[in-house]
Ligand binder design. Structure first.
Ligand SMILES: CCCCCCCCCC(=O)SCCNC(=O)CCNC(=O)[C@H](O)C(C)(C)COP(=O)(O)OP(=O)(O)OC[C@H]1O[C@@H](n2cnc3c(N)ncnc32)[C@H](O)[C@@H]1OP(=O)(O)O
Length: 434
């Protein structure tokens, strides 16, 4: 068998892989077979007893209520788990099963990144169910939802739709009801799977009806490498708290940031008039408001997740595709995503909602375009809009792009927020384009 001889390339950041410290649980024969990506969602449906048919969704949720008694009253009441207990590998055999390609294909013969976001989301949830598995119960009493896409860093600009892809990941840190999941994606090159993407998600466990929080099993690191991952998870939590405390929605920009904004403002004053009102764009620049694109989605039952809300991966795919179009429109050449960060799922989206997406370029530098996509929902009955997510995507364009200039104070804050997200990107600037 060709796959039996496959190896992993040596470059590997922040995730343990088989043969390098973290081996798959030998007590668990089910884990020996690498499952295919299309089986992940079926497995999730089985684990939570979700309906495969929208007509049955109320009945399926009624049945889940009975699982409430399996929930732990405290975290101490749950057996600790190791990183290897949740370690999972999933294959997306685009090379060996060409019939799968269509769903993943872009017109430029690369892979649709939006589809990868969906796959990562489903896999992240499955990994958390592995961590919290109750061996004697067929179904899980937990409803695990995506709370945050902390970071996705690309190591390659575009992915081939003609080579097999492998995903792997495990729980790397746990709190009381939240779990950090690290995932990595590899693509086959010759005989080796080489890393192409790193992702860190945070999932939250809720009770059987997804109405309140639920405890998750503690995590015990088993080696210095695992202790380091756990420590990083703890640091990540601290970093998120501090990033959110310094949010421009809560506090004023720093002195340096205020300076940046004032200089940009001065740059746009018309030298021919002595007025704060007459503004002109500097050469090779675009007003931020002229970079906007909007879209509307009707959230049909087909896009529901296992708990009858709209699947987080679908929201990410739609936001990503609008963000990509915004970057393309702005930069005038083909953009490649290099990083995704801090996608917070603030509110669930109900089936039947109207999903309004607004995308705009909020910061640029050289070939880089920082795009922010804001999503809000309204029900068909009520006109009231509610923010559900804010997405941050960093793209790299083939050509150098114009500067983007804020005109209002609100836009200046978007500019600074975009700059902060851009500066937190850890992707190597010398991304190979092949
Ligand atoms: C059909 C097959 C499809 C298969 C797909 C399966 C995939 C299913 C996954 C999904 O699609 S889920 C859908 C997308 N996600 C959502 O709709 C979640 C929407 N957001 C929420 O429901 C709430 O905001 C959330 C439950 C995430 C948090 O609610 P609260 O803010 O009330 O949480 P709480 O204050 O009780 O905190 C609970 C834990 O979450 C943590 N937390 C909350 N927000 C966080 C955040 N933004 N980042 C990191 N951690 C966060 C918090 O620290 C705490 O951790 P610990 O208990 O461990 O201390």
């Amino acid at each position: 068998m060709r796959r039996a001889a496959l190896r992993f390339c040596s470059l590997n950041k922040g995730l343990l892989i088989p043969g390098r410290g973290l081996t798959q649980g030998s007590q668990n024969p089910e884990k020996q077979r690498v499952i295919h990506m299309h089986e992940v969602r079926d497995k999730l449906r089985e684990i939570v007893g979700a309906s495969t048919n929208w007509r049955d969704h109320v009945k399926a949720m009624e049945e889940r209520k009975l699982l409430q008694s399996f929930l732990a009253e405290s975290q101490k009441g749950l057996p600790p788990r190791r990183m290897r207990d949740s370690y999972s590998e999933v294959l997306l055999p685009l090379g060996s099963q060409p019939e799968l390609r269509e769903k993943y294909l872009t017109v430029q013969n690369t892979i649709r990144f939006g589809r990868i976001l969906e796959d990562l989301d489903s896999l992240g949830v499955l990994i958390c169910y592995m961590h919290t598995r109750i061996h004697e119960a067929k179904m899980s009493p937990l409803s695990i939802v995506t709370a945050l896409v902390d970071k996705i860093d690309m190591q390659k600009m575009s992915l081939s739709p003609e080579q097999d892809i492998k995903f792997s990941g495990h729980v790397s840190w746990v709190g009381k009801t939240s779990m950090e999941v690290k995932m990595q994606m590899f693509q086959l090159h010759g005989n080796e799977f080489c890393p192409v993407l790193d992702a860190t998600f945070v999932m939250v466990a809720r009770d059987s009806e997804n109405k309140g929080p639920a405890f998750v099993n503690p995590l015990i690191p088993e080696s210095p490498e695992e202790e380091e991952l756990f420590r990083q998870g703890e640091l990540n939590k601290g970093r998120r708290v501090s990033f959110s405390a310094k949010s421009l929605l809560k506090m004023a920009p720093s002195a340096e940031e205020r300076n940046t904004i004032h200089e940009m403002f001065l740059h746009t004053l018309d030298p021919k008039t002595v007025s704060f009102q007459s503004r002109v764009l500097p050469p090779n620049a675009v007003w931020m408001e002229d970079s906007k694109l909007k879209s509307l989605e009707v959230c049909h039952p087909q896009e529901r997740n296992i708990f009858n809300r709209i699947f987080g991966g679908f929201l990410m795919r739609k936001a990503y595709e609008l963000g990509w179009a915004t970057a393309c429109n702005f930069g005038g050449s083909r953009p490649f995503v290099v990083a995704v960060d801090d996608i917070m799922f603030q509110k669930p989206v109900d089936v039947g909602s109207l999903l309004f997406l607004s995308s705009q370029v909020c910061f640029t530098q050289d070939n880089y375009i920082q795009v922010r996509v804001h999503s809000e929902v309204a029900s068909l009955e009520s006109k009231e809009h509610m923010t559900t997510n804010v997405f941050h995507f960093t793209f790299m364009s083939e050509k150098e792009v114009p500067l983007v200039f804020p005109r209002t104070y609100g836009e200046s804050m978007l500019y600074l927020d975009g700059k902060r997200h851009f500066s937190s990107m850890s992707v190597p600037v010398n991304l190979r384009k092949d």
